[in-house]
Design a protein around this ligand. Sequence first.
Ligand code: BES
Ligand code: MN
Ligand code: ZN
Length: 488
Amino acid sequence: MKITLSKDSLTAVAVDLLVVCVGGAKPAQDPNVKMLDAALDGMLIRYMKDQDFKAKVGSRLTVPGAGAIGAKRVLVLGTKSGALSPADCKSLAVRAARAGMERASLALVAPGAGPEALAAIAEGLVSGSYRYVEYLTAERRPKRALARVTVLVPRVSASDRRAVAQGVSLGECVNFARDLVNCPPNDLTATELAERARGAARKHGVRCQVYDRRGIERLNMPLLLAVNRGSAEEPRFVHMVYKPKGRGKVRKVVFVGKGLTFDSGGLCIKPGASMADMKCDMAGAAVTIATVIAAARLELPVEVHGVVGSTDNMTGGAAYRPGDVFPSRDGKTVEIVNTDAEGRLVLADALSYARELEPDYLVDHATLTGACMVALGNYRAALFATDDKLKTRYEKAAEAAGEAFWNLPLDPDLRDSLKSPIADLKHVGSRFGGTITAALFLKEFVGKAKWAHLDIAGPAFLEGAHGNMPKGGTGFGVATAVHFLRGL
Ligand code: BES
Ligand code: MN
Ligand code: ZN
């Protein structure tokens, strides 16, 4: 998408749709509304009164341009009164993009000023116009995508232009993660996921090492291999590295992602309804890959690694079973309880590997537990952290990105439920606090690392659009991760 900053007047700009955002108790006194209203011979404010328009989040009103102004129609989006944060600006841009999606051209009066607001607006415009159309043919294939958007601003500076370019890059990375999640599991195998990571890495100057089954054996990842046993597809392990150029000593952050391209539950098979959307079980991997690419595209002054363990969880004749015991990469033995708790096994080996990279911060994303959706609903992810500063940093980043997390405790009282009579650990603990016991299992494999675990089972994939997020794969987590890296 090409976004142009322009000083055009809102009455003159010649587009199919002009979007203006209005907040406060007296929308008729908003300067933009007054200017348009004057050009439209009082029609705008008359419409607002007739339609009982209240300027609040979610309200909207469309009026025709009727040849009196450059735009064919005007969409007024209500918002809250007072100053708008960059996250507010992003939401408005998402709504503007959605409204403009079926049109050839769109202009948006910038709801905020300065680089932060403009980056958020650009990100919102790009991510808001997302649709997954890869598998649509003939007349169902959309003819045009919103290719050009004009953002109206009082003045244009070089730093504003840079901010817009950065927002576009971030929006594209969010959309890249969504594409990975939405891709059907017959096409997005572990091999294909790794290929897509490699392709994006090559394009953006990121190092990317892909390990096949032999490579994974050599790396010593018995738990990833255990989960892969029931599959006809080879597993993959991916390690991406972005190193900033010419910055001397910088921080190192390692992201780890759960890359289950499909989770049938294995022998402890899921009921059909719970299995239906299980292509989304690689969303953590998608966030991880997209975040490394974003760091490279934004040239962030941080060394960023992306580590992904990928396979599907299937029921083939060699499938792993409840009762099996496997060693892990770091030597602890693990008794298998329920083959549907496969994610924590893959992550255990990936986290052991990641910890050996000696990161300043270690962060994993995983669609790990259904219990997380029971606890927090569909729109919020769980955040666990072994370090307070890391926790605070992540929460701040989430707020700036407009994504919702909730801190849960790594409650030591629940650790006992992971004790096994015959192995060092059981891999499933108490069902009560199931999100916490899963996190406690992972914690066994991170050593002393400053670690955050993000259970994104709820918001990674949605049945219907909500807030800024589209239906299907959402890319939830990418924007927060990038803000987190920015804040280091
Ligand atoms: N991938 C699922 C978790 C999940 C559920 C993600 C719904 C997204 C939406 C995970 O592998 C799983 O099956 N977890 C089990 C663990 C249980 C067997 C201890 C669960 O949550 O039921
Ligand atoms: Mn599972
Ligand atoms: Zn899973």
